[in-house]
Design a protein around this ligand. Structure first.
Ligand SMILES: Nc1ncnc2c1ncn2[C@@H]1O[C@H](COP(=O)(O)OP(=O)(O)OP(=O)(O)O)[C@@H](O)[C@H]1O
Length: 277
């Protein structure tokens, strides 16, 4: 799904009336099937951007087009249909505590089921093989019938990501998918997400605190700071100077410079050093 922002500004309903917008005004275009990482210090506007793209936050100013449509100009049923084509994964997936993992993952399918089929699926999970496959992609196949409240934080986060593989979505909006994962799991989860998005032709926009992974795994990287776009570049063109400017006064969120994209190939890769949280 293609997306376009024209001087888009976003405010949270609870924001002080005189507060600056959480995001923008911002111009942006992402073509269908593209993969974009959004980085920036805490409070930069990354989550707000994803909420705006996911039609969970109404523009305060400017325009938004998703797949060529202005979602906020659509009649309600059409807006609901459009929302069914978006998958918005919050940092902490809202998983009911006593729910089984299988039910939580199959909930990703709900936008394409009717009301009765949705209700029935709560009691008699259908499509078990698909749920199993989605979980296996995140190394969670053995948790299919486990209760959600018996999972670790990282496992819960991966269940939230497995839902994306079940969703009939054309746009995945993923907020900090790796915050509860160790470095190895983080790399695996990101490879699964980007690989699956590519296979399905889904557009992927993900906010990340792991700058080195954003640069290594995404072709395009946007830097946000105080709601403004600092850069929007191919990952290979992002330099340590860009990152230093993006994280100025927030250096604790960026503890080391990334390996230079065209640095000497003989050197062994440095350990994962940039823990931005
Ligand atoms: N629910 C809210 N009500 C009012 N203001 C908010 C709300 N959520 C975020 N903001 C404000 O909007 C701005 C952008 O916040 P946002 O959560 O989008 O940043 P972020 O880059 O995702 O931060 P983080 O990396 O810490 O998650 C901040 O100034 C923040 O204080």
């Amino acid at each position: 799904m293609e997306l376009e922002l024209q001087s888009l500004a976003l405010r949270h309903p609870a924001a002080r009336p005189n507060a600056a917008p959480a995001l923008g005004p911002l111009n942006l275009r992402v073509v269908a099937g593209e993969q974009v990482a959004v980085i920036g210090p805490s409070g930069a506007g990354k989550t707000s951007l994803l909420l705006g793209l996911g039609c969970a936050l109404r523009p305060a100013q400017g325009g938004l087009r998703l797949g060529g449509q202005d979602p906020w100009a659509l009649p309600r049923p059409a807006l609901q249909r459009l929302r069914g084509q978006l998958f918005l994964a919050p940092q902490t997936p809202p998983l009911p505590p006593r729910q089984r993992v299988v039910t939580a993952v199959l909930a990703g399918r709900l936008p394409q089921l009717g009301l009765w089929a949705s209700l029935a699926s709560l009691f008699h999970p259908r499509e078990l093989p698909a749920a199993h496959q989605a979980l296996a992609a995140f190394d969670l196949a053995d948790k299919l019938f486990e209760r959600v409240d018996r999972l670790s934080g990282g496992e819960r986060q991966r269940v939230g990501l497995a839902r994306a593989l079940m969703a009939p979505a054309r746009l995945w909006l993923i907020d900090e998918p790796l915050s509860a994962l160790d470095p190895t799991r983080a790399r695996q989860a990101l490879d699964t997400l980007t690989g699956q998005a590519r296979q399905r032709g889904v557009t992927l926009v993900a906010s990340l605190h792991q700058v080195e992974l954003a640069l290594a795994r995404f072709p395009r990287v946007m830097g946000l700071r105080q709601g403004q776009l600092v850069f929007d570049l191919p990952a290979a063109d992002v330099t340590p100077a860009h990152l230093a400017a993006l994280y100025a006064q927030h250096e604790h969120e960026l503890q080391a410079a990334p390996p230079l994209p065209d640095g000497p190939p003989a050197a062994p890769p440095p350990p994962v050093m940039m823990q931005c949280r």
